[in-house]
Design a protein around this ligand. Sequence first.
Ligand code: GRF
Length: 211
Amino acid sequence: MLASGRGSNLQALLDAINDGTLAAEVVGVFSDKAKAWALQRARDAGIPARSLGPKAFASRADFDAALFAAVDEVRPDLIVCAGYMRLIDGAVVDARRGRVINIHPSLLPAFKGLHTHQQALDAMATEHGASVHFVTADLDGGPVIAQARVPVHPGDDADALAARVLEREHPLLVETLRRFAAGRIVLAEDVVHIDGVASAPLQLAANLRFP
Ligand code: GRF
């Protein structure tokens, strides 16, 4: 897992693994921020955790090459970005196509980039949410695997909306990884295939499962 901050998505995965909901193992947590709380959560769980500072490298490509060399050492089947706040070099991503996913707090393709909750409010969206997608060189533009939707309520501010989305992000990521772990999600020729069939994004239902 790659994370830059608090790591609540990491925690949701660790909790699901611990309670037997998710048959997976987090083999390493990596960050561009030495103080990321996600690293502490990993260490508390006995998981190798490592940070690399981008400033020590001459370019994004150099930093990403070093970071992903460290990631490769723990031999992950899947690389999960959750709150990892840096663009990833295109060559690094292309070399791992179909093996890097990200959770983004909007209903992609709407509201890419930063401040997605404020973007949704500014656009007077009535619905908002989160998406899990394959990472490509196109920022927040890779094929979408699964989404969770929440209503936007009158009077919401960005914080209220962020909290409502985050509550759904955690089960969304867990459910998506359950399908990955079962070998049911594959990227083939840039199209998401679920159970062998080219598919529109899975939608998290009210019972916090996919239909
Ligand atoms: C989440 O909203 C994620 O979608 C976004 O950053 C936030 C990270 O939260 N990209 P956490 O670090 O997992 O608590």
